[in-house]
Write a protein that binds this ligand. Structure first.
Ligand code: URA
Ligand code: SF4
Length: 197
């Protein structure tokens, strides 16, 4: 399994499938535990990630780490990745062409890791993966699509200047890992939305 993920990682490092390859410093493959019960999916690498080739290591990453630690989870236990693996110039939102070009990597990561639940971080991931919008309305909810469970929460970057969102993210992450515990024990969890299409 690690071999397959390593192969994806290598492909991402060398990838030239979209224009973002021209402006990136380093591609940013997903990182973490390949046996994780949860995959976290963000938007795209920022400046720090682009310089170092690792996801969520800047200010937003710190916010994510803190929220995880509130649920007694360390980053090494989970797998963290992004919708697109290269930084868009000036941190603009990745466009549809870029998202589509990059989606195969994400699909493969999910197929290999087979997470019990996927945690969507913010509107870009919500929109790309589930066609959703208005994350604040859906945060904290569980969505099922094609037998895969998704948990919706805000992007950690949104919490940087907003104390209310810090506590929302913390609440959500604690809820997420309570759900994971139930899933591990084969207990039923409440699905808020059944996604059809
Ligand atoms: N924001 C993201 O969406 N992903 C990262 O890896 C860093 C910041
Ligand atoms: Fe390839 Fe994705 Fe980077 Fe585009 S963003 S060059 S598709 S790895």
């Amino acid at each position: 399994m690690t071999k397959k993920l390593d192969a994806i990682k290598q492909n991402v490092i060398e990838c030239t499938k979209c224009e973002l390859c021209k402006t990136r410093t380093k591609s940013v493959p997903g990182k973490g535990n390949f046996q994780s019960d949860v995959i976290f999916i963000g938007e795209a690498p920022g400046k720090n990630e682009d310089m170092n080739g690792e996801p969520f290591i800047g200010v937003a990453g710190k916010k994510l780490s803190v929220a995880l630690s509130e649920a007694n989870i360390s980053r090494d236990e989970v797998y963290i990745t992004n919708v697109v693996k290269c930084r868009p110039p000036n941190n603009r939102v990745p466009n549809n062409v870029e998202r589509e070009a990059c989606q195969e990597y994400l699909k493969e990561e999910i197929k290999i890791i087979k997470p019990k639940i996927i945690c969507i971080l913010g509107n870009t991931a919500f929109n790309s993966i589930l066609g959703g919008s208005e994350i604040t309305k859906f945060r904290g909810k569980v969505i099922q699509k094609n037998k895969q469970l998704y948990f919706i929460t805000i992007h950690p970057a949104a919490t940087i200047y907003n104390q209310k969102l810090v506590s929302d993210l913390k609440k959500d992450i604690i809820k997420l890992f309570n759900l994971v515990k139930k899933l591990k024990n084969n207990k039923k969890i409440t699905i808020d939305i059944e996604h059809t299409s």
